[in-house]
Write a protein that binds this ligand. Sequence first.
Ligand SMILES: CC(=O)SCCNC(=O)CCNC(=O)[C@H](O)C(C)(C)COP(=O)(O)OP(=O)(O)OC[C@H]1O[C@@H](n2cnc3c(N)ncnc32)[C@H](O)[C@@H]1OP(=O)(O)O
Ligand SMILES: CC(C)C(=O)C(=O)O
Length: 512
Amino acid sequence: MNSPNNRIRIFDTSLRDGEQSPGFTMSGAQKIAFAHALAELGVDVIEAGFPNSSPADYSAVQTIARDVRGASIAALARCHEGDIEACARALERAESPRIHVFISSSPLHRQYKLNMSREQVIEHAIMGVTLARKHVDDVEFSAEDAFRTERDFLVELFNAAVATGATTLNVPDTVGYATPDEIRELFRYLRANVQGADGVVFSAHCHNDLGLAVANSLAAIEGGARQVECTINGIGERAGNAALEELVMALKVRQGWYGVDTGITTPKLLDTSRLLSRITGIQVQRNKAIVGLNAFAHESGIHQHGMLKNRDTYEIMHPQDVGWPASQLVLGRHSGRAAVADRLRALGHVLDDAQLDLVIAQAKALTHTQHVVSDADLLRLVAGDHGDTGWRIASMSLIDEGQHTRAHVELSDPDGHRVKQDASGDGPIAALFAALAKAAGVDFELESYEVHSMGIGRDARGEANLSARIGGETFSGQGTSRDVLEASAIAWLEVANRLLRSYAMQRVPAFA
Ligand SMILES: CC(=O)SCCNC(=O)CCNC(=O)[C@H](O)C(C)(C)COP(=O)(O)OP(=O)(O)OC[C@H]1O[C@@H](n2cnc3c(N)ncnc32)[C@H](O)[C@@H]1OP(=O)(O)O
Ligand SMILES: CC(C)C(=O)C(=O)O
C-alpha cells in the first residue's frame, strides 16, 4: 500500500458522537471514568464532548481535560463563536487540547439546515478555524456530510481550512451512505487535490447505516486517511459509528495487508467494552465481533472437533489478544462426540463408546429445555442422576414500598420441603433476586441478565436469560412466563440449581 506513514491515529468519540445517541447518555462521573479507561487503552484522541451543549457536558469536558493524561482531549464546536469559546475554556487545563470545528458542506445540508450559500459556508469555516487557532495549535476541521458534497466544493472548503490553520481534515460519511470503493477513491482524490495536503492529517468518520462503517474506515485508510474516528462497541448516532475494537483488530490481524499500526493495547479491549456496557446499561449482542459473548465460543460439533485439533481452523486471532481468558467450547444441541469426550476427560471421566453415546443422547435431550449443557449437567448425567432436583417457585409476590420494593418468595424442593423468605431492593428485580438468594441459600454475581418479550396479544410471554461466571465456569438459566418477573425468578433459580448440583457433583467420583 502506498501510504505517507504507517501509524493510524485512533480518535475515540464514544463520549461525544456515542453519547449523543438515544439510550447512551452518561453522567459526568461515568464520562470521566470512561475517559481514563480510553487513555489506558491507548487511544490517541478522546473527543470528550460538546461543551456548549449543556453545563453538564461543559463540566465533564473540563474535568477530563484537567485529569486525563496520555491522550489529546478534543471538544466539538459548530463554526459559532460561543461554541468555540466554550471549547477553549473547557480545554484550558488539557495537556494536549484539540478544538474540533465543523460545518455542513453538502448541498442538502447547505440548503435545508444552514440556509447558506457555498461562499457563506466557506466564510463560517474560515471564522471557525481562525478563532479555534487563536486558542490552540491543534485544530480539526470537519465538513459534515462530506461524502455527499460536490468534490470541487469540498476541495475549496478544505483548502480554506488548511490555509487558516486546520491541522486535521475530517471527511465524515455522516449518514453512512458510502461504499468502500467510493470512499477509498474520495480520499485519494482529496489527498491529490487539497493544497497543503501533505502537511495535514486526513481523517475518516464513518457511520454504520448500511453496516459498512468499519469497511469504509479501512478503505479510507487505503486511500490515505491516517486518523479514524470510532467508538467502543460502535455506539453513535442511529446505527452507530465504526466500532473501535473491530477496526483496530482488523488492522492488527491483517497487518500484512494494510501495513499500518495503532497504539492500542488490544488486551484491554474487552474490559473497555464491558465498562461501557456497565455504564450505559446496554449490552452488546452475543455475536458482536471481538467483544460479544460468542466471539470466541464454539458450539457446533464440526467446529469443536476442528478446534480441538488446531484452533486456527476456526479462529483468526487469539482470544487473549483482545482480553478474553480463553476460547470456549460450549456444549449444546449441536455438539458432537469429540467435544463431549474432551470435556468429560477434563472433568476426570474417560467413558467407553456406549457410555459416551448415552451421555450425549441425554445431554442433547436436556437442550430441549436449556440452551447449553454445563459441566454440572454433564457430571450429573455421568453420575446417572436425571432427576428433576432443585428448588422450584411455590409462590412469589412484590410490594411497592415507595423508595423500595419488598419481595416475598416461597420455594419448594422435590421432597416437599418449603422455605419462605423476603427481602427488599431498589426495584422489583433487585428485591426478587435478594429474596431468592436468601431462600435458596445461594448467592452469585450475574454476568448478564436480559429480558425480552415473545409473541403478541394472548400468546405474549416474557423470556429471561441469566448467566453467572463462577470458578471459571458459566452457569446460565432461562425462564419463560406470562409475567416477566416470574420468568426472571425461574431463570435465577435455574442458575442456582445448576450451581448447587455442581457443588454436589464435585463429590461424585465415577460413572454410575
Ligand atoms: C453530525 C453531528 O454529530 S453534529 C453534532 C451533533 N451534536 C449536537 O447537536 C450536540 C447537542 N446539541 C445541542 O445541545 C443543541 O443543538 C445546541 C446547543 C448545539 C444548539 O441548540 P439551539 O441553539 O437550540 O439550536 P438547534 O439545535 O435547534 O439548531 C441548530 C442550529 O445550529 C446551526 N448549525 C448547525 N450546524 C452548524 C455548524 N456546524 N456551524 C454553524 N451553525 C450550525 C443550525 O443551522 C441551527 O441554527 P438556527 O438555530 O439559526 O436555525
Ligand atoms: C461532527 C461530525 C464529525 C460528525 O459527527 C458527523 O458528520 O457524523
